[in-house]
Design a binder for this molecule. Structure first.
Ligand code: NAD
Length: 352
């Protein structure tokens, strides 16, 4: 059986989901890990029985045994490491967002085309089982033409700090961190229409709410309450050339009574709620029908989605299929996100 030898770069929180998925795949040999933080890399190597440990990704890439890499580093290094990996002859699974800027995205895209290697963007939500189910309904025409989508992912207190709150390393706050997931998901389910224009707002009003007492929330390893250079919240309206539109709002911090998570798409024959759990609605015999798909995970199944994402990446590496998350989709999202930030700072709509 041909095995794909994997190197993983960036052994922080999300790397666990990649490593668990690779470990469970019989076509994979976990071959190397790398982190700037040697202790973290060694710990991952020990836990997952990985023979090679590096602290410089260039040394990992020089190992000719390695076929493919997962990039799980801060956003500011995604482009540089992706390009170097492709040039070293490796296939790449790059965590979302593809990078920080459109210029970087176009350089990554050029490297994919020049080297003939493959890059899959880590849009893990596309691989969730509820989304695979919904795709079948959409592809069969059950929703008709999808002309509107609405996504809201708001945390009332949830700026993780560390690199997430450092615009140099992250490229932005909740918009680039969680907005990228939901904008991508809606755009993908709408059939990837061409963007016509974007208008957006970002706010820095309540800060990281480090003053709040007696309330726990996830904090990055290098959390520092005194450092925060990203927006608290963002909202946007994206118009597409086919007349469809997408509304989104996301926050790290907001004076809301609770966190909320809702994503819906609407077509001329039916609609669907994706979050908090999959529900489909349509009409039959002049009667409104709500459909509750009976599936094991009606919501987002975190590790299961990573398993399917990585199994798909491995199938692509083996040449058995083509990725459903190509580099061009990474670039398109960076173009949308950057246009939202530009619209917010200039106070005007951005035409594509
Ligand atoms: N798909 C998802 O649902 C999801 C969830 C969380 C994070 N992410 C993405 O994964 C990436 C990592 O996020 P995280 O939460 O694991 O962060 P993290 O801070 O927990 O881990 C990042 C690790 O990368 C290492 N690192 C940074 N630059 C490096 C470099 N040049 N070379 C080697 N190591 C380097 C850091 O030392 C750290 O250990 C981010 O791009 C983030 O957007 C995706």
């Amino acid at each position: 059986m041909k095995q794909v030898k994997i190197g993983l770069i960036g052994c922080g929180s999300i790397s666990e989901c990649h490593l668990n998925a690779y470990q469970a795949n019989p076509h994979v040999q976990l071959y190397a890990v790398c982190d700037l933080n040697e202790e973290r890399a060694k710990k991952a190597a020990e836990k997952y029985n990985v023979p090679h440990v590096y602290t410089d990704y260039r040394d990992l890439l020089a190992n000719s045994e390695i076929d493919a890499v997962s990039i799980c580093t801060w956003n500011n290094s995604h482009a540089e490491i992706s390009i170097a990996s492709l040039e070293a002859g490796k296939n790449v699974l790059c965590e979302k967002p593809l990078c920080k800027t459109v210029d970087e995205a176009l350089r990554v895209q050029e490297a994919v085309h020049r080297t003939g290697k493959m890059l899959q963007v880590g849009y893990v939500r596309r691989h969730a089982s509820n989304i695979e189910v919904l795709r079948r309904f959409i592809d069969a025409g059950d929703l008709g033409e999808v002309y509107f989508a609405k996504a809201s992912l708001t945390r009332r207190i949830g700026n993780p700090g560390g690199w997430f709150s450092d615009i140099e390393r992250s490229g932005g706050g909740p918009l680039i961190d969680i907005g990228v997931h939901v904008i991508d998901l809606c755009w993908y389910l709408m059939g990837k229409p061409k963007v016509k224009s974007v208008t957006g707002n970002t706010y820095r009003k309540v800060g990281n709410r480090s003053n709040v007492l007696n309330y726990d929330f996830y904090k990055a390893a290098d959390y520092d309450a005194s450092h925060n250079t990203v927006e608290d919240m963002a909202n946007a309206l994206i118009r597409f050339e086919n007349g469809a539109s997408l509304m989104v709002d996301v926050s790290f911090n907001l004076h809301a009574t609770q966190d909320s998570q809702s994503i819906s798409i609407f077509g001329d024959k039916g609609g669907a709620e994706l979050e908090p759990q999959l529900k489909i609605t349509t009409e039959r015999h002049n009667t409104m029908i709500n459909i509750d798909p009976q599936i094991t995970y009606p919501g987002f199944d975190f590790q299961g989605a990573f398993n399917r994402e990585i199994n798909h990446f491995v199938e692509c590496c083996l040449g058995n299929t083509e990725t459903i998350c190509p580099v061009e989709d990474g670039t398109q999202l960076i173009q949308i996100l950057n246009a939202i930030y530009q619209s917010a700072s200039e106070g005007r709509e951005i035409q594509f």
